[in-house]
Every structure is written in C-alpha cells, then in structure tokens.
Design a protein around this ligand. Structure first.
Ligand code: E4P
Length: 218
C-alpha cells in the first residue's frame, strides 16, 4: 500500500520524506489555508521534495472554472495531481483532464455509488473519507471494503482507492488488510505508526546491557 501524507506543511513533509516512506502528498483548500502561504508556492515546494503524486485541489465549482484552475496548477510541476470534488462538474473535469494525460484525484467521496462514478470518469484516484463517515456514526472502513469489492469485479477500471480522512493507525492497518491502494495519512498518525511501548522498552534494555558491558562496534 502506498503512503501519502495529508498536509500542506512543507517543513513537516521535508522531515517525513527523509524517512524514504512517502509515496505522495495530498492537500486540500483547508490545509493550504492553514499554512498561511500562497497555493502556488506551497505546491511547487512540495513537488520539489516528493517525486510522487501531489494533489492540489481546485476551488472553483463549475466546469470551466475548474479547468482554468487545473491548467494553472498542473503547470507547476509534472507530478501535480488535480483534485476535483465528486460533483457532476467535477467528474466532467476529471474525464477531460485524464484524457489530456493529467492525473486526477476525485475527492469528497462518501458512497460506493460515487466511487463507481469517479472510476467511470477515469479518475486516477478516488478519495473516500473514512474518518468523516465514522464521525457521523457510519462505517468508513466498510465503505472501503465495498468499493474494493466492486472495483475487483471490473479489472479494466484503473482507479486507485485512496483512503482519506484517516484518524488512527487502525484505519491504516484495516486499509492495508482490505488491499486499498493508497492511504493518505496526517503527519501525527504517520508518527504513531512507528510507536510501540515494547519497542521503547526493548531498546532501553538493549542499550543498558550494552553500556554495562562496555562494548563497542568497529
Ligand atoms: C483528503 O485528501 C483530505 O485532504 C483529507 O484526508 C481530509 O481529512 P479530514 O477529514 O481529517 O479533514
């Protein structure tokens, strides 16, 4: 499963990219607004750090506006993936952009029917928001299972399921067990993936024994 990081914080992305574990980045208008910086600068810097797909979301809601913004965004770098909302205009823009060879991430997906539409529109990625579904008492990971089941019936569909709105390491593990293609993970949750108290305890014991014995390597 590919790991994307879900943030527009360039310093954070630099740190995480150094781990060699990042396959891509997703941003959205809220995350870019939170960075307090110009969209163009943020996306250009991220694309220079991470060679994989970097999602940059349009803010227009009509087809012509989305296409105009997409032209500006995709000119920033070759790895820009245009993010469009799961609306009729968004899917029309998705079809037009993918037929021009631009990667598209269809976002704000909350049902299997919507995911199927995104796949039929030729999306490179469809982003079901698991955390936001859990927040309203629905089953986010159940939706991922449904979408993957449907897509497996139609091998000609090339759309990758990008698990979004991830809130915990458990979401990541279940996504991997289900065979999701990608999870986009907030930095704090990515860091939680490394953590286990027995790792810390074991390492402390090894180091104490090593120091007591006065050993060295090399
Ligand atoms: C996906 O690409 C979105 O940016 C993101 O996962 C939304 O997550 P949230 O529900 O935590 O805002």
């Amino acid at each position: 499963m590919k790991f994307f990081v879900d943030t527009a914080d360039v310093a954070e992305i630099k740190l995480l990219a150094a781990s060699g574990l990042l396959d891509g980045v997703t941003t959205n208008p809220s995350l870019v607004a939170k960075s307090g910086r110009r969209m163009h600068d943020v996306i250009a810097e991220i694309c220079a750090i991470v060679p994989g797909p970097v999602s940059a979301e349009v803010a227009a809601t009509d087809y012509d506006g989305m296409m105009a913004e997409a032209r500006v965004l995709r000119a920033i770098a070759g790895n820009v993936t245009i993010k469009v909302p799961l609306t009729p205009d968004g899917l029309r823009a998705c079809r037009a952009l993918t037929s021009q060879g631009t990667m598209v991430n269809v976002t704000l997906c909350f049902s299997a029917a919507q995911a199927l539409l995104a796949a039929k529109a030729g999306a490179s990625f469809v982003s079901p928001f698991v955390g936001r579904l859990d927040d309203i008492g629905e089953d986010g990971m159940g939706l991922i299972a449904d979408i993957l089941t449907i897509f497996r019936h139609y091998p000609a569909l090339t759309t990758e399921v990008l698990v979004a709105s991830v809130r915990s390491p458990a979401h990541v593990v279940v996504a991997a067990k289900l065979g999701a293609h990608v999870a986009t993970i907030p930095p704090a949750v990515l860091r939680q993936l490394f953590a286990h108290p027995l790792t810390d305890k074991g390492l402390a014991a090894f180091l104490a024994d090593w120091a007591k014995a006065g050993l060295s390597i090399g």
